[in-house]
Write a protein that binds this ligand. Structure first.
Ligand code: ATP
Ligand code: MG
Length: 257
């Protein structure tokens, strides 16, 4: 790996606020610290990944999708060496409407990603819906990473997501597979978190990552400073967890190949 076409990882869950963006930023940053070249594409009009990496919210991923900006202009260097970003902004909401009736509407991102080289991993941070943006990400990706919050109804909606993944796989992207489920915002003081973990592991023993991301206020503070957790608080339990997740992620990827 190094200069070839990166492995494209879609971070998806139509449920809002489950840790998609936090995982995209911090897993991406941990891998970058480990020497991997990582590109994060912000495919959410909310642009939380963009802000969380300290960038102004500008609809660059939208213009990239429209084909108005060439690849070399849309990719921005971040404060973290080896971590790059295609930023987003609110105008990206227009995508769903503008492309709703075009024939190739599901393949726009996938086409733009053709020939994009120089990264080990390309992370695609999705919005909380199963709309056209998420479907484009699934069509353009190779593996799906699903963050699940250790909360009531954690599993609710998961079958719908898996069903969508199956439909995309059958009709549009046969190579798509689920890389795994990451449990987030685990609170060791509550029985609820433990029960959710147990339940998820019972249903998805192989898919669920061993590493669990704890709930820690440091992880929720870091984005307002525009930094991944390791630059904000290197000794935080969040830094430790995402570093472990990155190691497990690499092992999993190697086993998948
Ligand atoms: P959306 O669906 O809106 O895109 P999301 O799935 O991307 O949301 P995040 O934005 O990553 O979720 O997280 C939701 C909120 O929870 C954010 O305020 C974030 O800072 C916070 N958060 C995420 N993970 C943790 C954690 N492990 N501990 C504490 N807070 C967290
Ligand atoms: Mg998000």
């Amino acid at each position: 790996m190094g200069s070839g076409e990166g492995i494209r990882i879609v971070i998806a869950n139509q449920k809002g606020g489950v840790g998609k963006t936090t995982t995209a930023i911090n897993l991406g940053a941990s891998l970058a610290v480990g020497g991997k070249r990582v590109l994060l594409i912000d495919m959410d009009p909310q642009a939380n990944a963009t802000a969380g990496l300290g960038f102004e919210q500008v609809p660059i991923s939208y213009r990239f999708l429209l084909g108005e900006m060439p690849t070399e202009k849309v990719i921005k260097r971040t404060e973290v060496e080896n971590l790059f970003l295609i930023p987003s902004g609110i105008d990206l909401v227009g995508f769903e409407v503008e492309f709703s009736s075009t024939e190739d509407k599901h393949f726009i991102l996938s086409k733009r990603l053709e020939g994009l080289t120089g990264f080990d991993f390309i992370f695609i941070d999705c919005p909380p819906s199963l709309g056209l943006l998420t479907v484009n990400a699934l069509v353009g990706g190779q593996m799906v990473l699903i963050p699940l919050q250790c909360e009531y109804y954690a599993l609710e909606g998961l079958s719908k997501l898996m069903n969508t993944i199956e439909i995309v796989k059958e009709g549009m992207n046969p190579e798509l597979k689920i890389l795994g489920i990451v449990l987030t915002m685990f609170d060791g003081r509550t029985n609820l978190s433990k029960q959710v973990e147990e339940e998820v592991r019972k249903f998805f023993p192989k898919q669920t990552f061993r590493t669990v991301i704890p709930r820690t206020v440091r992880l929720s503070e870091a984005p307002s400073f525009g930094k991944p957790i390791f630059l904000y608080d290197a000794s935080s339990s969040g830094t430790i967890a995402y570093t472990k997740l990155a190691e497990e992620f690499i092992r999993r990827i190697e086993n998948e190949r």
